[in-house]
Design a protein around this ligand. Structure first.
Ligand code: ADP
Ligand code: MG
Length: 419
């Protein structure tokens, strides 16, 4: 009994080893597999389940078959020679019978099994390999009996356990190996899906952010269609359109470097008033289209914050766009710039549909949108940008009354350069 259990252990050990082999290069994998399985085979043969008059009862065929099926022809042939040499070295009665049996197993593996094995279902793999080793075990006993005529005088328990253990260990080994392989496959699949998901999220986000400057440019072009526009205004509109198209381009560049850390984003001192003015100008046509009037209240002198210009514009535009979209039947969007302690406070207040506390709680969560054509990325991007600027956003909203977004960002004192 003890010998039987140690034999099973010898066979199972290489299978646990398989966990480390799965992701290895095929060449090394075969070398390691052959080595490990050879050790397993040699151990099996050195400590057999039983030895009846020089005939060894052990589980050597299990690692042999496994090696062939999971390592390929080269592994099978190498193992064949290793068993062969070791069996010769041990000596004893059954050498020629063994040679005959193992050659048959090798031929079955090489001719029938190895090539097609991976296409079989788990059930076929288990039952097929179990049948194979069962057949070989019984076949070896029969040939042995025919030639020497004594093997069936061996204790019936030994014969019985020899066959049954062989079959069961084989089945379990294949099942367990397949299980390990399927876990690995699942892991790879999951990784692949994760990658696809982030790609699709990224492309959704890109198209969303590109739509902002396009909408704005479209608004300007629409205004330009108007015949009685003076040249001065025409130039301003064209300039703003061009700037917006540049913005679209830089957003693409930004998002393509999305995966890189924010270190790559150029940070600079931003004049709050200038930047807010820019955003108000840019949003004007879109607001006009929705009959929204924009007002601006600036309660500070020249003040600076630290951030990336494009990103700051993007953040403000995303929030103003949401505000304007919340006022379908027109309304008022107010920009208020103030200072509180060492923080610059920018408030965007609209008189739109407002939000429920549940909606506010979900703001900034990717893909949360209440709009038919929304992407639910605008606020997420805005929140992220403000976070990079070490600021925060607070939201106050009442249904059917309006919403206020309060952005507070640390002020940077602009030290004049000393010549
Ligand atoms: P999207 O605009 O594509 O829907 P956002 O992330 O920009 O995605 O906004 C998410 C949701 O938050 C919007 O669908 C809208 O319901 C709500 N929301 C955002 N800002 C406002 C606002 N100022 N007033 C009312 N609802 C808003
Ligand atoms: Mg939006």
């Amino acid at each position: 009994m003890e010998n039987l259990l140690t034999n099973i252990l010898f066979v199972l050990l290489p299978i646990f080893f398989q966990i480390f082999l799965i992701n290895l290069n095929q060449k090394y994998k075969n070398i390691i597999l052959t080595t490990v399985l050879s050790i397993s085979i040699i151990l099996c043969m050195s400590f057999p389940i039983g030895n009846f008059e020089g005939h060894l009862f052990d589980l050597r065929y299990v690692p042999f078959v496994l090696g062939g099926l999971y390592g390929g022809k080269k592994v099978a042939i190498s193992l064949y020679f290793i068993i062969f040499i070791y069996r010769f070295f041990i000596g004893g009665a059954g050498f020629y019978i063994f040679m005959f049996d193992s050659t048959i197993v090798l031929l079955i593996l090489l001719i029938f099994l190895i090539r097609r094995y991976q296409t079989y279902s788990l059930k076929t793999k288990c039952s097929g390999t179990m049948a194979l080793v069962g057949f070989v075990a019984i076949f070896s006993l029969i040939t042995c009996h025919t030639i020497f005529g004594f093997i069936f005088h061996a204790p019936i328990l030994l014969l019985f356990s020899f066959v049954i253990t062989q079959v069961l260990t084989m089945g379990f080994s294949v099942y367990f190996l397949e299980y390990l392989i399927s876990i690995d496959r699942m892991k790879k699949q999951l990784y692949h899906n994760e990658k696809l998901k982030s790609i699709s999220e990224m492309s959704a986000s890109i198209s969303h952010e590109i739509r902002n400057p396009l909408t704005v440019t479209r608004g300007f072009l629409q205004l330009l269609k108007n015949q009685n526009i003076d040249n001065e205004k025409k130039k301003t509109y064209l300039d703003l359109s061009l700037r917006e198209l540049d913005r679209a381009e830089s957003i693409i560049t930004d998002y393509l470097t999305f995966a890189k850390p924010p270190v790559n984003v150029e940070m600079e001192l931003l004049n709050v008033n200038d930047e807010v003015n820019y955003v108000v100008d840019v949003m004007q046509p879109f607001a006009l289209m929705q009959s929204v009037s924009i007002t601006k209240e600036v309660l500070i002198n020249e003040s600076y914050i630290f951030g990336n210009k494009e990103q700051f514009h993007q953040c403000m535009i995303n929030l103003s766009k949401n505000a304007i979209e919340a006022m379908e039947n027109g309304g008022e969007l107010q920009f208020k710039v103030n200072k509180e302690g060492n923080k610059i406070i920018i408030q965007l207040t609209d008189t739109g549909v407002g939000m429920t506390p549940e909606q506010i709680a979900r703001l900034g969560v990717p893909f949360f949108t209440n709009k038919e054509k929304g992407t639910g990325l605008g606020t997420m991007v805005a929140f992220r940008i403000v976070k990079v600027m070490k600021g925060e956003i607070k939201v106050n909203s009442k249904l059917n009354i309006g919403t206020t977004f309060t952005i507070s960002i640390p002020e940077k004192v602009n030290k004049p350069a000393i010549d």
